[in-house]
Design a protein around this ligand. Structure first.
Ligand code: NAP
Length: 252
């Protein structure tokens, strides 16, 4: 782990797992966070260690502040923090706004927005030169939904990801002179379990022909953008968003 430790929230499956695997290849020690899928998180760690990399799986619900604090305590014991990828995210069943209740909205914003902000706060306390740290990078995983609004599907999810876009700008400016860069990746339709968890397992395959590149993206394609933003190759890049959407929702 020559490059220090990167915490990947939701690193057990999908995009987070791809980011964890690529981060390890690039020389980071990886904290593979998960909420429920212990076996999947351990499998990601196993893949990493079998190739000579370093990784630990840490259970933490990013909607729970005490869990987040413990996640970063365990990361400290693993090695010096160099990066955070705020990837953990959920959707819900398709619904109109007039069908949504507080329980749904609280879950949606707690995991997708509040958890990312609290994790970033923990990372800043460790990486900011203001706190005696050596700097680092934060990558937030947004969504093309923040630009599309996702009407009659997940307006709540889109709004939670819209908050991530604004948070990326604000935090980037807040810590720009403290050695920390903060950027976002905005995926389009990516083949993962998230569509099934929203009650529509065929969503990605169904939408593929209508996408500008006429195909969905892969978790690895998102991971490559995230790893570039984490790296020194992106040393003068902060507060920006990289679309990894095959052209979907790129109009300003
Ligand atoms: P996924 O396959 O459903 O995986 C979600 C990951 O998040 C899992 O590792 C899961 O952990 C973790 N997670 C869920 N709730 C959590 C919680 N409360 N605390 C900690 N971890 C939690 O999803 P994905 O498609 O890879 O999505 C990853 C990110 O990309 C999300 O932020 C999503 O909004 C965003 N995104 C995805 C797409 C897409 O088309 N796939 C498009 C745009 C944006 P467990 O395994 O323990 O459940």
């Amino acid at each position: 782990m020559d490059r220090g430790v990167v915490v990947v929230t939701g690193g057990s499956r999908g995009i987070g797992a791809a980011i964890a695997l690529l981060a390890a290849e690039r020389g980071y020690g990886v904290v593979v966070n998960y909420a429920a899928s212990r076996d999947a998180a351990e499998a990601v760690c196993g893949q990493i260690t079998s190739k000579g990399g370093s990784a630990i799986a840490v259970k933490a619900n990013v909607a729970v502040e005490a869990d987040i604090e413990q996640l970063f305590v365990e990361a400290d014991a693993f090695g010096p923090l160099a990066g955070l990828v705020n990837n953990a995210g959920v959707v819900d069943k398709a619904a109109r706004v007039d069908e949504m209740d507080m329980a749904r909205l609280t879950r949606m914003f707690s995991i997708n927005t509040l958890g990312s902000i609290l994790c970033a706060g923990q990372a800043v306390r460790r990486m900011s030169t203001r706190h005696g740290g050596k700097g680092g990078a934060i990558v937030n995983i947004g969504s093309a939904a923040s630009k599309l609004g996702a009407p009659a599907m997940f307006v709540d999810y889109a709004a939670a990801k819209g908050a991530i876009d604004t948070f990326t700008i604000g935090l980037a400016l807040e810590v720009a002179n403290e050695g920390i860069r903060v950027n976002a990746v905005r995926p389009g339709i990516i083949e993962t379990d998230i569509h099934a968890s929203g009650g529509d397992p065929e969503r990605a395959a169904r939408l593929a022909p209508s996408l500008p590149m006429a195909r969905t993206g892969t978790a690895e394609e998102v991971a490559r953008a995230a790893l570039w933003l984490l790296s020194d190759e992106a040393s003068y890049t902060t507060g920006t968003v990289i679309h990894v959407s095959g052209g979907r929702a790129i109009a300003p």
